[in-house]
Ligand binder design. Structure first.
Ligand code: EPZ
Length: 422
């Protein structure tokens, strides 16, 4: 298995361009099948999750390919409504195909995506929303069959501002007959990106980014070309890496407005951040300060996807900090591995109590999920000595060749590929 090897203690410096957002590209690629023709999506990151989604689109009958950072999808021959369990199990985001397939074919067959390292990951809000729009849903064991002769508008109130459920409902409602409102909608920037993509294809949606989204169904959608927003979680990850290595890094093609809560926390920790349009400079000349309390919750609050990464900074801070995780029930898997590197963290239910230590020490550690893996990379950059990270396929799901990004900023990091035995 491939591994990452990191020689810690080198301050990051230099400039780097932030690649396109995984969590915007995935629903937008799914939505592309809602129009017949050729759709071009720009600024798509080269990630394993993206390649899995392209594989699913091909399985449904599309031609889909990533050339550079542009994806071209030809959707004329979409005919398949069954999503193979093998592909579902590879990536939970296959769930984003429900709305588009119901819209395009009136039927979708897939499987419960199942839980993962960070939690149960239920889909009840997705199913409730699609049923409100007129879909008939049958669950046979792990298989789910949704059918709809005609989708119609509805007034939907989400019990929880689920990102995926908001997106699935938006997509299904875009060509439903009549008006749909989603109340208590998720407000993430990726939802605004999906709205803008759907509207570029002729949909009539307003309100994304607020807690109430209104969709006026249209008869059909038409192909378009669209550019994905920058990845705010990749940007936040690199900001924290710059901070823990006491570096000076400039992020380019970033959207600072998408990172308000993370910027606020880093400034409270003593990190200097200056913003000039889509350029952000991050500079840390001294040991970070502790932050009394960070609570993850839906956007625009502090994002759960930066929780494990900020915990590394707090592990090196001068003082005690508390991190409370309210979005996923199992998102502290990185704590054991950080403790093996010398961090002093105590977990009690969904809160972690972090007592800062002067330094971390290199060790051989294992990535358990995407963002926990990113946190271990950050810890390795700051640690004294050498760190080896295993199971790095988790990291490749959300970061486009993370070792090249970081090496370009002066990090001592490389990927080892096992020599095939005879
Ligand atoms: C999206 O996941 C992101 N993934 C996640 O990023 C992100 O952490 C999450 O939103 C929250 O911001 C993509 O966009 C591909 P949710 P999603 O539905 O849509 C519960 C990363 O690292 N819930 O907002 O699955 C659920 O169990 C990934 O890039 C229900 O109970 O998130 C969870 O506790 C990780 N029923 C909470 O809501 C449902 O029907 C948040 O889930 C749906 C969700």
């Amino acid at each position: 298995m491939e591994k990452l090897v990191i020689e810690g203690g080198k301050p990051l410096s230099g400039a780097i361009r932030i690649h396109g957002a995984k969590n915007a590209a995935l629903p937008i690629l799914a939505a592309s099948i809602m129009a017949e023709g050729t759709i071009t999506i720009e600024n798509v990151p080269d990630l394993s999750d993206i390649h899995v989604m392209l594989g699913i689109l091909r399985a449904l009958g599309c031609r889909a390919e990533l050339v550079g950072d542009n994806v071209t999808v030809s959707t004329n021959a979409v005919h398949q409504f069954h999503i193979p369990e093998s592909l579902m199990s590879q990536m939970r985001s296959s769930i984003f195909l429900m709305g588009p397939l119901l819209s395009r074919l009136g039927r979708v067959e897939l499987y419960q995506p199942g839980g993962c390292a960070i939690g149960e990951r239920k889909i009840d809000l997705h199913l409730q929303g699609l049923a409100a729009l007129g879909a008939h849903i049958e669950e046979n064991g792990s298989q789910i069959v949704c059918t709809a002769n005609e989708l119609h508008g509805a007034e939907i109130v989400l019990d929880y501002p689920s990102v995926g459920a908001t997106e699935n409902i938006m997509m299904a409602a875009a060509t439903a007959r009549g008006m749909t409102t989603i109340t208590n909608a998720a407000r993430e920037p990726e939802i605004q990106d999906l709205q803008n993509f759907l509207n570029a294809m002729g949909a009539r949606i307003i309100g994304a980014g607020t807690d109430t989204i209104t969709i006026e169904g249209v008869a059909e959608l038409i192909p378009c070309t669209y550019r994905i927003i920058p990845d705010r979680i990749v940007a936040g990850t690199l900001m924290i890496a710059a901070a823990v290595t006491r570096g000076n890094v400039t992020l380019e093609k970033v959207c600072p407005a998408h990172l308000t809560s993370a910027i606020h926390v880093l400034k409270r920790a003593g990190v200097q951040i200056t913003i000039n349009g889509d350029i952000m400079n991050v500079c840390a000349l001294s040991r970070p300060k502790s932050v009394e309390r960070i609570v993850t919750s839906p956007y625009p609050s502090f994002p759960t996807d930066l929780q494990s990464q900020i915990m590394v900074l707090l592990s090196l801070a001068d003082g005690v900090s508390i991190v409370k995780e309210t979005v996923f029930e199992g998102r502290f898997k990185h704590v054991d591995e950080l403790s093996r590197m010398g961090a002093d963290i105590r977990v009690d239910l969904n809160s972690a109590y972090i007592r800062g230590v002067p330094r971390l020490y290199g060790a051989t550690v294992e990535a358990t999920d995407l963002r926990a893996g990113a946190a271990l990379v950050i810890a390795g950059l700051a640690a004294q000595g050498s760190t080896v990270i295993e199971q790095i396929h988790h990291i490749d799901r959300g970061y486009d060749r993370i070792e090249l990004m970081l090496a370009s900023l002066g990090a001592g990091i490389h990927r080892t590929t096992p020599v095939p035995t005879e």
